[in-house]
Design a protein. Structure first.
Length: 292
């Protein structure tokens, strides 16, 4: 049956308030318009929905049955409308972010904390993936923005990219390698030591492999992992020399030190990416602008 949703909406407010005048106030229409809508709905359904009297309005048994089904439907629609409106005023809605585990832990946490303290009604959802997979999340519309390592070949398909932080990659070791502490080493020399690094799917691993290839050197890591935190843990117990972003190493760590290299390692960046062809929510726009 083809019945305009507005008729059901009017029915919902009259049934909820049991008052034509109160329903007209909440709907911002005249009382006569409310009456006409109810008459039209009753005609289409061929049922009386209300018992009218001079003092009050009461639902008929048929009206009660209809209200049982209409109430959750209208409530959900109104809730959806309010969430969309709230998303544009930062009073609600959702902020969806794709980021690597490392970037989330060592970079994003203070920004997430500040955002939540300012806008506690905005739901924050962070999906952790490696940098290349973050791009997939953005392209499929599962997130509003991504925060990843740069350079990243997959970012070539992202329409808007902004670098937000520069960092260096470093080699770290513990006291088992103390003889290297005050020494500056060539990459070729490092080949003779057990190297700990991220697995080949990561942009960090790809970055180091390219550096070795440029020197016509073969890079064969001793251990490959999916977490910089685990690399640090293994370096701390002396299993090898780990290759990590410098912002992951705790300041003044008593157990670990940086191994200097004669080969200058290029800087990399943390970058935020989003699709400027899709309208950004106010929450996403604010969060992007907060990053530095």
């Amino acid at each position: 049956m083809d019945i305009n949703f507005e008729l059901y909406k009017v029915f919902y407010f009259v049934a909820k308030t049991l008052s034509f005048s109160e329903a007209s106030k909440q709907l911002f229409i005249s009382q006569s318009a409310v009456s006409q809508s109810i008459k039209s709905l009753e005609t289409k359904l061929n049922q009386h929905l209300f018992i009218r009297s001079t003092k009050k309005v009461k639902l008929t048994p048929e009206g009660e049955i209809l209200f049982k089904y209409i109430e959750p439907a209208v409530t959900l629609i109104i809730r959806g409308e309010n969430q969309i409106l709230d998303a544009n005023t930062l009073n609600g809605g959702q902020l969806r972010i794709g980021a690597t585990d490392t970037i989330c832990r060592y970079y994003l946490v203070p920004y997430l904390k500040a955002f939540h303290s300012h806008f506690p009604n905005v739901h924050i959802k962070v999906t952790n993936r490696i940098s290349s997979q973050c791009v997939d999340l953005l392209e499929s519309g599962q997130v509003d923005l991504i925060v990843t390592n740069f350079p990243n070949p997959r970012l070539n398909s992202v329409s808007s990219i902004r670098k937000v932080r520069e960092f260096k990659d470093i080699f770290i070791a513990n006291s088992h390698f103390s003889h290297l502490k005050n020494k500056t080493m060539h990459l070729e020399e490092l080949q003779g030591y057990p190297l700990l690094m991220l697995d080949k799917l990561s942009t960090t691993s790809e970055f180091l492999h390219k550096l070795f290839q440029q020197k016509q050197l073969e890079l064969v890591p001793e251990i490959e992992l999916s977490s910089n935190d685990l690399l640090i843990d293994l370096a701390r117990i002396g299993l090898g020399i780990a290759f990590i972003p410098d912002f992951c190493l705790p300041k003044n760590d008593p157990d670990l030190f940086e191994i200097k290299t004669t080969d200058l390692l290029p800087s990399r960046h943390i970058a935020v990416g989003y699709n400027d062809k899709v309208p950004l929510s106010e929450a996403a726009r604010y969060f992007i602008n907060s990053l530095d």
